[in-house]
Design a binder for this molecule. Sequence first.
Ligand code: APR
Length: 187
Amino acid sequence: MQRHIGPVKLLLVEGDITQQQVDAIVNAANSRLAGGGGVDGAIHRRGGPAIMEETRRRYPEGCPTGSAVISTAGELPARWVIHAVGPVWRGGSHGEAQLLASAYRRSLELAQEHQCRSVAFPSLSTGAYRYPMDQAAQVALQTVIDFLRQQPGSLQEVRFVLFGQQAYQTYAQVLEKLLPEAESSQG
Ligand code: APR
């Protein structure tokens, strides 16, 4: 599924974030940048040890929840990995939506600061961090749409790479509500 936000393509695909041929992929990291399972495990496994060596050296203090840092991408097809730290879901009244939105925004800013034309996101916080998929999709898509309307910068494509059909369907339903097909050409 795809939509256009002004000049920028917003694309939903089902797949594996580590296989994406884009300038930057986003990692679902933790605030210690310590690695883990899910997206984080797959990125470090496929990208090799250079990524962790770089994040340890450049970001010894880690990265706060709601923010992101950038490294090179080792052996991955992408050029950059943006390590974004989404919130752990604690029921929804602990600032989770704001923190999730801010992790997406900071990731997009970093992509622009590194002149990226394309960036691929996983569904941050919806695995080990247990953020409900439909609420996460709402925050993720609305935040990206608002950001691209205000400041597309170098970006030409933002891709969400959803793991499994259910995640894809959830994101597709939310995007269809936010940007019905008939209106998408107006951005
Ligand atoms: N490609 C795309 N999406 C993936 C992949 C993959 N290879 N693997 C898992 N996913 C999906 C999950 O199904 C989930 O919907 O990404 C979403 C995010 O899940 P997690 O990777 O568990 O990330 P998150 O919920 O943000 O938790 C982060 O988990 O692995 C640890 O170190 C990480 O502590 C951090 C925490």
